[in-house]
Ligand binder design. Structure first.
Ligand SMILES: Cc1cc2nc3c(=O)[nH]c(=O)nc-3n(C[C@H](O)[C@H](O)[C@H](O)COP(=O)(O)OP(=O)(O)OC[C@H]3O[C@@H](n4cnc5c(N)ncnc54)[C@H](O)[C@@H]3O)c2cc1C
Length: 462
């Protein structure tokens, strides 16, 4: 099977790249072995909330110069503020077309989102059903807040969140209450405790008559509140619409917060992206895993998957967006880390294993292992045994030199590097096909002319 571009990994990095390629008319396939990190995420897009030296960032793009000085090999330092901003603007517009509206503050500042623990975390883009709290004054405009859950639901504990919220100095004068609302038909659902997760609740509340009953009980129990904080239990595809309906029925301003996995807010992003990609004619191979490929003369020629061991998949350009340790895109043993599919060169400081992490789990400076990953050049091409693979790119959590957790940059880096790779793939496609370069494409420094066709040799293991 031949494609213009093949994307390995179905997370936010892989899907962003795939959608952009499919939009530009490239015949594109995505191979995704399993669930992506989005199933565990808040569904907000973090761009940059801390610099590597630990200083807080309120305006992500204004901090890019300082970031480049502290971390010249950081993916954002390669992309620059302008290209990062255009990638995020594309992503926001594309998601809006899919019915998922992502909001940022108009002044380009980070905002705060409330966590299920009742603490605040800085982020840049949040879904419209998430309340954008002011980073410095999170209680601004609020005199009463209600934290509401579904009776018997274990993945959100409103009292714990309320206690933490009450400890925040900004909430000193704010009335905070909690409520647990019975889900209509709850008695018949409890066959076993595992069947009462957010996804199960969402199935019940999709029924409008049950949503009406739920809304009525909510009004009775909450009374008056400027903001009602609810766990995200309102559907993966149609959740935002259900919340609008609930806001209409109750008159409350509602703020969704992520729950323990599965996180419907994250799944909402993934499902919207997958539908968009398929709508554009892309091929999505889920549940299959890339096991290796053949590299000849600095080019990846074909790849093999667990389900298609004897039928290689060929493409002109490839993206490896297989994630970090969490998604098995990187493996660690006692002595070293490796990239398991192609055996790519890693950026790994020469540290004994006990110095890969810090003693404190929640450390502001981050754990050194978080910055280990695949070493790439500024065009995001990796190398193997020192040889650059010109038509293979990397994006997202597999990349070295950034720490998505301590910097608060996870989905931001994934989207923007995925988009950047797509632009390079499109450029190569246009050159191969003698098409005029489109106006997005201005930087020609990483353009590589396609090699003339090579004979098919024996498969070499990675
Ligand atoms: C628990 C958790 C919570 C997070 N919360 C947030 C948040 O709230 N906001 C935020 O901005 N960021 C958050 N992040 C960070 C952010 O989600 C990740 O950095 C980002 O999603 C990474 O995307 P990715 O596409 O690079 O990788 P992933 O999402 O990890 O996707 C990798 C994909 O590749 C597939 N794969 C792996 N190996 C192969 C193979 N050999 N063949 C085929 N497929 C393969 C995997 O199955 C998976 O589908 C969070 C991360 C974690 C782990």
């Amino acid at each position: 099977m031949n494609f213009d571009s093949i994307i390995i990994g179905g997370g936010v990095a892989g899907l962003s790249c795939a959608i952009r390629c499919a939009e530009a008319g490239l015949k594109t396939a995505v191979i995704a072995a399993g669930q992506s990190a989005l199933h565990f995420s808040s569904g907000s897009v973090d761009v940059l909330s801390r610099l590597p030296d630990g200083s807080a960032v309120s305006q992500p793009f204004a901090a890019f110069e300082a970031l480049a000085a502290q971390a010249p090999e950081h993916p954002y330092s390669y992309l620059g503020a302008e290209r990062t901003q255009s990638a995020l603007a594309w992503y926001t517009a594309m998601m809006a077309e899919c019915g998922v509206y992502l909001d940022a503050l108009p002044d380009g500042q980070n905002h705060a989102r409330v966590t299920p623990m009742g603490t605040f975390r800085a982020t840049y883009l949040s879904q419209q059903s998430t309340f954008l709290f002011d980073l410095q004054h999170p209680a601004q405009g609020l005199s009463s807040v209600a934290l509401v859950t579904i009776d018997g639901f274990r993945d959100f504990q409103p009292q714990l969140a309320a206690d933490n919220l009450a400890r925040h100095p900004a909430f000193a004068g704010v009335a905070i209450k909690t409520a647990a609302i019975e889900l209509p038909g709850f008695e018949t659902m409890q066959r076993n405790p595992c069947e009462f997760r957010s996804i199960d609740v969402s199935r019940v509340l999709r029924d409008e008559s049950k949503l009406h009953v739920f809304a009525k009980t909510m009004i009775q129990q909450v009374g008056k509140a400027d903001l009602v904080i609810l766990p995200a239990v309102f559907g993966n595809g149609d959740g935002a619409a259900t919340i609008k309906l609930l806001e209409g029925l109750t008159g409350f301003r509602i703020c969704e917060i992520p729950t323990m996995p599965p996180s419907l807010l994250g799944i909402r992003l993934e499902e919207a992206m997958k539908s968009r990609f398929k709508q554009l004619g892309g091929l999505l191979l889920t549940g299959d895993e890339v096991t290796g490929g053949d590299v000849e003369n600095g080019e990846l020629k074909r790849i093999y998957t667990r389900h298609h061991e004897d039928m290689p998949l060929c493409a002109s350009t490839f993206l490896l967006a297989s994630g970090s340790f969490f998604s098995r895109g990187l493996h660690a043993d006692r002595k070293q880390m490796k990239e398991p599919v192609f055996g790519l060169d890693m950026a790994q400081p020469d540290l004994p294993r006990e110095q890969w992490y810090q003693d404190q789990f929640f450390t502001r400076s981050g754990h050194p292992f978080m910055k280990m990953g695949v070493q790439c050049n500024p065009a995001l091409n990796p190398s193997r045994r020192g040889e650059t693979i010109g038509n293979l790119f990397c994006a997202g959590a597999i990349l070295a030199h950034y720490d998505p957790v301590s910097e608060g940059s996870g989905s931001g880096v994934a989207i923007t590097t995925g988009y950047q790779v797509a632009e390079a793939m499109i450029r190569q496609y246009q050159l191969r096909n003698g098409l005029a370069l489109n106006e997005h494409v201005s930087n020609e420094q990483d353009v590589k002319q396609p090699d003339s066709p090579q004979p098919v040799p024996e498969r070499t293991p990675a």
